[in-house]
Design a binder for this molecule. Structure first.
Ligand SMILES: Cc1cc2nc3c(=O)[nH]c(=O)nc-3n(C[C@H](O)[C@H](O)[C@H](O)COP(=O)(O)OP(=O)(O)OC[C@H]3O[C@@H](n4cnc5c(N)ncnc54)[C@H](O)[C@@H]3O)c2cc1C
Length: 230
């Protein structure tokens, strides 16, 4: 079943009411694939909402959650290391459909954008059952709240860097590391996102053997990735 809410608030209320059985439908690259998180679930169509632009106001960039990864990669308003992170999605077809909100909403441990946006201290503007709320991206990713992301807000002049380690550009990343103005973030495949104000955050992550690499390999990368950039 597909719900077609008329407002973001209605969408959030539907998601709360059907927390275990419905997800938002944005670009559909995950929701509509066999074996995706949404398999067997109802969809709450958010594709018609208007948070689909990238704009700037008072030194802040507002990235609409319905913007695609390609929109982000092409926007000169977005800090360059975040544009670079959007290009970690190597498939143009997927990059051109997959949205920023969907990427964060999935909370994947190999999320293209999670580390860069967390290190950038980006903030999510969202709708909750209690109205509009803001939350830092890092905190959102470490929670399981069902709020509807409308915008990601980031400083226009934010400087930083992001690195990805994977067997190929098209395979899942073993590790993505980002640094921005003294904030460090690590996405390690199979672990929850970790971040902090010191480069010594490798010990906070968990490490498992999987197809992207051994636990020891990922731990080694996490231990040297920030030191190698200095
Ligand atoms: C072959 C393949 C490989 C992939 N590899 C990767 C990868 O390496 N790294 C990676 O990060 N992703 C990967 N993905 C997943 C996915 O394509 C992206 O993460 C994408 O950005 C999801 O965006 P979407 O708009 O298509 O989301 P959808 O499929 O529409 O939705 C996905 C989820 O996000 C939630 N959601 C959507 N919009 C919002 C919103 N505004 N607010 C809150 N929650 C929301 C929904 O509830 C839903 O559960 C892969 C997908 C495929 C098919």
């Amino acid at each position: 079943m597909i719900y077609h809410p008329k407002t973001p608030q209605e969408a959030v209320n539907l998601r709360k009411e059907h927390a275990d059985t419905a997800v938002y439908l944005a670009g559909g690259t995950d929701d509509l694939r066999l074996g995706g998180d949404a398999e067997g679930k109802d969809l709450i169509d958010i594709t018609g909402f208007d948070f689909n632009t990238i704009t700037e106001k008072d030194g802040k960039v507002y990235i609409g959650a319905l913007c695609t990864l390609q929109d982000v990669a092409e926007s000169e308003l977005v800090p360059s290391f975040i544009r670079e992170a959007a290009l970690f999605c190597a498939s143009f077809a997927r990059r051109n459909s997959a949205t920023v909100g969907g990427n964060l909403g999935l909370r994947r441990s190999d999320s293209y954008l999670a580390a860069a946006l967390t290190a950038a201290e980006a903030v999510i503007k969202s709708v909750t059952p209690h109205g509009e709320r803001e939350k830092p991206v890092g905190e959102y990713l470490q929670s399981d709240c069902l709020r509807l992301i409308e915008y990601i807000v980031v400083d226009r002049d934010r400087k930083g860097s992001v690195k990805r380690f994977g067997n190929t550009s098209a395979s899942h990343a073993a590790l993505i590391a980002a640094e921005s103005e003294g904030v460090y973030a690590l996405s390690v495949q199979g672990s929850a996102l970790v971040y902090g104000a010191s480069p010594d955050i490798a010990d906070k992550a968990g490490y498992i053997d999987d197809l992207t690499g051994s636990a020891a390999y990922k731990k080694y990368l996490a231990g040297i990735v920030f030191a190698s950039g200095r």
